[in-house]
Design a protein. Structure first.
Length: 372
């Protein structure tokens, strides 16, 4: 089979090139994660602080000081959050001996129940539990070594975020000029895409901060009503884990249930804690997030789940946190590049009739004639 240079390459060759590109892209993302994770975090924080920096510049504050002030605002927020968590964790650590005693007593009750109803002796239960515990400890030791070896890189990455953020805010006009040079034929379209990405990032991040605060308050009220210890800490953890779709919500619900089982005498407190999490999650899914975050990202559940799993495989927990905003940014790019609009349609929640406008933008009015 032969084809001239003027003919487009066959489909299988284009597909092979596309798969090769995707493979190289994924390898590059995995290999460069120590650089990309702090850079992406800095970019999102820079988008969040951009309106404040622009407002300061309008008040005749030098760009250098405006960018520095934006970084300091983020650092102060992180410092306040860490101080609160440290205080709560120290209180939690003081009660660990009491919780250990309570856990041992409940373990004894469970062991007695199993012995009475399933005729499994306590010695057999103890042997089985010891074997499983030793296995978990062995696996945990190797995992701890990996975590310890990666701690230095993680700390270094976190330390890079404010520097990256500062320079992104400081040199944003330089980046704008560079884009105009790289796209001389249509620089305005590229700048429009970047402005939309900035708007999506700002709306998503601001909305998520507000959602976390609301969920923390609602969960705190429910947990305090049940009399759970560390109610505010548990509520905050559940709110923060809400950033990770699907997985975070489940983990955030299990933690207060486990604490209630350990610290309370009745299992009904654990049921009540689970009920609080379910009720607050219902409010969050149907009223809070749609009202506050709105359609800033506009991803359908399938694309959100794929983005979550793929980013988690590449970058672990940070990837799961960045999955939704990065997928939303990718959708913005697809929606504004004509050759990629079909992919934006597949990622989003637009009505099926929207595909007609994507494929035939000049004949969009024909749809009205067909319906008439």
């Amino acid at each position: 089979m032969s084809f001239t240079s003027a003919d487009p390459p066959p489909f299988y060759i284009r597909a092979a090139y596309f798969l090769l590109f995707i493979g190289l892209l994924l390898c590059g993302l995995y290999w460069a994660q120590s650089l990309l994770i702090p850079l992406i975090a800095a970019m999102l924080f820079a988008f969040l602080m951009l309106p404040l920096v622009v407002k300061l510049e309008q008040w005749k504050v030098p760009t250098l000081l405006s960018a520095l002030f934006g970084v300091l605002v983020v650092l102060m927020g992180v410092f306040t959050l860490c101080s609160f968590l440290s205080w709560q964790i120290m209180s939690f650590a003081d009660d660990l001996p009491m919780m250990q005693d309570a856990l041992e007593k409940k373990g004894t009750k469970i062991s007695t129940y199993i012995e009475q109803h399933y005729q499994i002796s306590r010695e057999a239960q103890s042997t089985w539990l010891s074997e499983k515990t030793d296995k978990i400890i062995d696996q945990g030791a190797s995992s701890a070594m990996n975590i310890f070896s990666a701690t230095g890189a993680a700390v270094a990455g976190l330390a890079l975020i404010p520097f990256f953020m500062f320079f992104l805010l400081l040199y944003r006009e330089k980046f704008k000029k560079s884009i105009e040079f790289m796209a001389p034929s249509n620089p305005e379209n590229v700048l429009t895409i970047i402005r939309k990405i900035s708007g999506v990032s700002q709306q998503y991040l601001q909305g998520m901060v507000i959602v976390i605060l609301i969920l923390t308050v609602l969960n705190s009220i429910g947990f305090l009503f049940l009399g759970l210890k560390y109610a505010v800490l548990l509520a905050f953890i559940a709110g923060v884990l809400n950033i990770i779709p699907y997985v975070g919500v489940m983990i955030g619900s299990l933690i207060p249930v486990a604490i209630a089982l350990v610290t309370k005498d009745s299992v009904m407190y654990a049921v009540g804690a689970f009920g609080v999490c379910i009720f607050v999650q219902f409010l969050e899914n149907n009223f809070i997030t749609p009202k506050i975050v709105g359609s800033s990202v506009n991803l359908n559940p399938l694309s959100s789940l794929i983005a979550l799993l793929l980013s988690g495989m590449l970058w672990g927990l940070p990837g799961m946190v960045f999955a939704i905003p990065l997928a939303g940014i990718f959708k913005v790019i697809c929606d504004n590049v004509e050759q990629l609009r079909l992919y934006g349609f597949l990622l989003g929640e637009e009505a099926p009739k929207h595909i007609w406008k994507l494929r035939y933008p000049k004949n969009a009015n024909l749809l009205k004639k067909i319906k008439a």
